[in-house]
Design a protein around this ligand. Structure first.
Ligand SMILES: *[C@@H]1O[C@H](CO)[C@@H](O)[C@H](O)[C@H]1NC(C)=O
Ligand SMILES: *[C@@H]1O[C@H](CO)[C@@H](O)[C@H](O)[C@H]1NC(C)=O
Ligand SMILES: *[C@@H]1O[C@H](CO)[C@@H](O)[C@H](O)[C@H]1NC(C)=O
Ligand SMILES: *[C@@H]1O[C@H](CO)[C@@H](O)[C@H](O)[C@H]1NC(C)=O
Length: 234
């Protein structure tokens, strides 16, 4: 019994750390473009840029100052935004730049190569209220220069342990742990697996079902043994 619920608990904790989406954006798929150029992502999700053609980059700007490094904007105030560095794919290899979404604050971005930004190679993750990509694109076209950030930053590995979400995940882990210390831990842990139905949690759910089967088989054996004992006594 204990082993089964430790198993179920472990599997359910596993599903919490898996609960993110990867949003893919192709870079240079058409020509000077990000595709899609607008993405809505939740905290803990990843946005992965795949460089398909040309020489391009992903650099963060503030909404009111396209084609300029985020650190140079009033909003950025010296903080580096995301920057992939200039990237050129080569034969059969499409480099990837992946960021983890740590807040739902807007991330406006542009390609700092040549005049790509002015030509409309811009995009956004989580546009803010009242902000529009078409306004950002128009403002970009009006900029006299297109500058790249000095520091490459933000690239990470999907699911990297150093990226484990802080408070939301801690909350989930804490609540599941406290559930486990009540009298019906297996049922609670198992139901939390079922509520987050993804392909991996489906696997987890079926594993916990077989852990349950072990218990049933165990009790059946016990009943058989008892019956055998009673039979001997009789
Ligand atoms: C994103 O790309 C990865 C490979 O890099 C792929 O496994 C995944 O299915 C893609 N996701 C979507 C939503 O297209
Ligand atoms: C980002 O990090 C991954 C994993 O370390 C690496 O494979 C990839 O080449 C990096 N991308 C860039 C643009 O540095
Ligand atoms: C999100 O936080 C992680 C961990 O602190 C950091 O490595 C990563 O660069 C951050 N992502 C962005 C887009 O700033
Ligand atoms: C919360 O998560 C952070 C980041 O993974 C970790 O360093 C910290 O120890 C966790 N806190 C608790 C109470 O689990």
């Amino acid at each position: 019994m204990k082993l089964a619920y430790i198993l179920a608990l472990g599997l359910s904790l596993g599903t919490f750390t898996m609960a993110y989406q990867v949003h893919n954006i192709s870079v240079g798929k058409g020509a000077l473009d990000y595709s899609p150029n607008s993405v809505i992502a939740s905290v803990g999700d990843y946005v992965q840029f795949t460089f398909l053609t040309g020489t391009h980059a992903v650099a963060q700007a503030s909404y009111d100052l396209p084609c300029t490094p985020y650190s140079d904007s009033t909003e950025g105030a010296g903080n580096n935004g995301i920057y992939s560095g200039l990237i050129s794919p080569y034969a059969n290899y499409s480099p990837k730049y992946t960021i983890r979404i740590n807040s739902t604050d807007p991330i406006w971005f542009y390609c700092p190569e040549a005049y790509h930004c002015q030509s409309g190679m811009v995009g956004v993750i989580n546009p803010g209220k009242g902000q529009s990509l078409s306004d950002f694109t128009i403002l970009a076209a009006q900029q006299s220069s297109n500058r790249a950030p000095a520091v490459v930053s933000g690239n990470t590995t999907i699911g990297a342990t150093s990226d484990v979400p802080t408070s939301p995940s801690n909350t989930s882990v804490t609540s599941v742990t406290s559930v486990a210390s009540t009298s019906t831990p297996v049922a609670s842990a198992a139901s939390s697996i079922e509520t987050s139905a993804t392909s991996s949690s489906a696997a987890a759910a079926s594993s916990s079902v077989s852990a349950g089967n072990v218990n049933v088989a165990g009790s059946a054996l016990l009943i058989t043994a008892l019956a055998a004992g009673l039979h001997l006594l009789a």
